[in-house]
Design a protein around this ligand. Structure first.
Ligand code: MF3
Ligand code: CO
Length: 259
C-alpha cells in the first residue's frame, strides 16, 4: 500500500533529509586514504545524533534479511554494490570508490540517501561510472512527476546507464520512504515507460540507481548482507529521498546545494 503524505509529513521528512544530507556532505572531507569504513560509520553516527536524528538502519530488519542490521550506515567499496558492513579491517586506499548509504529517523520521519565518494585519484573508468550513476539519479528524479508511472523513472535510469555502456543493477530497487525506511512502491533501476504504479502528489520515494561496469546482477557475500557484483566489476550508488509535489519533484536530501 502506498502512503501519500500530507504537507506536514513532508515537512518532517524534509527536516530528516536535511540532517542526512549534511552528514553526507561532511563526509566528503573525512573520507580519504588510510581511514577505515568503521571510522566513517562512527563519524556518520555521531553527526546524525548531534543534529538531532537517529540512525534509521541500526536495528532495522529489511524484508530481504532474517536479521536486524547492526550499523548506522552501509558502506560498500569497489565491487560491493550495497549493504556493505563497516569494518575495522577495511582500510581505504587511493583509487577506491566507496558508497555510504544511510537512513535518518527524525521524530518518526524517515529519509534515505547514498553517495559514492572517490579516494584520491581514481581510474578514468571509475570516474565515468560514478558520474553516470549520479547523473542517472537526477534523470530518474526528473521523471518523478504526478501522472507519470514508476516505469518512467525506471526506464529513464536504465536507459541512460545502458547508453553509457554500463549496467543498472536489477536485483535491488528504490522504494517508498517516509513513515518507514521501506514503503511501497518498489522503484526498479530499469523498466518500461508507461508501466507500473501511477505517481501522485504526496508520494515520497527513495530513488537509488546502483550501476556496475560489467553486470546487472548481484550476489550476497557470506556475511549475509554485502551485495557484490557477480563479475567482480566496480559498482556505484547514489540515492535521494524525493517528494512528488504539484509543481514537480523536490529533493529532500539536497547535498549538492550545500556543497
Ligand atoms: N539503504 C538501503 C536502501 O536504500 C536499505 C538498507 S537497510 C539495512 O534500501 F538494513 F540494510 F540497512
Ligand atoms: Co533506499
Amino acid at each position: 500500500m502506498i502512503i501519500l503524505k500530507t504537507d506536514e509529513e513532508i515537512e518532517g521528512i524534509r527536516k530528516s533529509g536535511q540532517i542526512l544530507a549534511k552528514v553526507l556532505v561532511e563526509l566528503r572531507d573525512f573520507i580519504k586514504e588510510g581511514i577505515t569504513t568503521w571510522a566513517i560509520n562512527k563519524k556518520a553516527e555521531e553527526m546524525v545524533k548531534k543534529l538531532g536524528g537517529k540512525p534509521a538502519f541500526k536495528g532495522y530488519k529489511p524484508s530481504f534479511s532474517r536479521k536486524k542490521y547492526p550499523f548506522a550506515t552501509c558502506i560498500s567499496v569497489n565491487n560491493e554494490i550495497v549493504h556493505g558492513l563497516p569494518s575495522k579491517k577495511r582500510v581505504l586506499k587511493e583509487g577506491d570508490i566507496v558508497s555510504v548509504d544511510m537512513g535518518v529517523n527524525y521524530k518518526g520521519f524517515f529519509s534515505d540517501a547514498a553517495y559514492t565518494y572517490t579516494v584520491g585519484e581514481v581510474s578514468g573508468e571509475a570516474k565515468r561510472l560514478v558520474e553516470v550513476t549520479r547523473e542517472a539519479l537526477y534523470i530518474g528524479i526528473s521523471k518523478a512527476v504526478a501522472g507519470n508511472r514508476v516505469g518512467d523513472i525506471s526506464s529513464a535510469i536504465g536507459g541512460y546507464v545502458k547508453s553509457h555502456g554500463f549496467y543498472p543493477i536489477i536485483d535491488y530497487c528504490g522504494h517508498g520512504v517516509g513513515r518507514r525506511v521501506h514503503e511501497d512502491p518498489s522503484v526498479p533501476n530499469d523498466g518500461v515507460p508507461g508501466t507500473g504504479e501511477l505517481l501522485k502528489v504526496g508520494m515520497t520515494l527513495a530513488i537509488e540507481p546502483m550501476v556496475a561496469v560489467g553486470t546487472g546482477r548481484a550476489v550476497i557475500k557470506e556475511d549475509g548482507w554485502t551485495a557484490v557484483t557477480e563479475d567482480g566489476s566496480l559498482a556505484a550508488h547514489f540515492e535521494h529521498t524525493i517528494a512528488i509535489l504539484e509543481h514537480g519533484p523536490e529533493i529532500l536530501t539536497p547535498w549538492d546545494k550545500d556543497a
